[in-house]
Design a protein around this ligand. Sequence first.
Ligand SMILES: O=c1ccn([C@@H]2O[C@H](COP(=O)(O)O)[C@@H](O)[C@H]2O)c(=O)[nH]1
Length: 236
Amino acid sequence: MIPAEIAPKDRLIVALDLPSVDAAEAMIARLGDSVTFYKIGYQLAYAGGLPLIGKLADKGKKVFADLKMHDIGNTVARGTESVAKLGATFVTVHAYPQTMKGAVEGRGSASLKILAVTVLTSYNDDDLHAAGYRLSVSELVEARAQQAQVLGVDGLVSSPEEVGALRKIVGHQMSLVTPGIRPAGSATGDQKRIMTPGRAIVAGADYLVVGRPVVEATDPKAVADAIQAEIAQALG
Ligand SMILES: O=c1ccn([C@@H]2O[C@H](COP(=O)(O)O)[C@@H](O)[C@H]2O)c(=O)[nH]1
């Protein structure tokens, strides 16, 4: 069960999509107290960034290990068992039944929370059809959310566009974590299902994941502070 009282500051998760541990540590130093929650994904994890999870946790920061695992169930279970020892708060797996089942089993009684990636925020209906799916984005997100809930997954990754429908399905039993966040006027990049921070919070998102708008900014701390202010205002 997700506590209703997530600290407002913890709702912003900054994606450390950077090429090296040195670059990530420099960004963390620049952001200082403005950011309490970080995400480590492919770019940094494959550049030696996994030990940073424990280092950040030791400093009181929360870490989302965005590893998006997807493999046979046993491999996902054993991988999750290993990730559970790193000190992360969240880990992602793709929302396929065997994968989610393996992750929940591998996590066991550890405190690590499993998030299922429903449909990547860079996909629209045309992209899904091109990949061989007959369902629309909203249909597939909702079907996967139902499966995730039954399998005991802790949260869902989706675009903020789906959050309203997901709340009706999963209530407040699961965390809703939303990438595809773009402050007004910032570049969309490859994201296709996007929303501003304030609108995403009003829609019901628990956590907002923001990468390039912060880490590629001339003044990342100023952008992070502005997003935090927009979140606080949306929360009322
Ligand atoms: O559906 C998904 C799942 C994960 N992501 C990740 O979030 C960040 C978003 O970065 P931006 O620079 O703000 O676009 C990135 O690390 C993705 O791997 C996602 O975008 N969509």
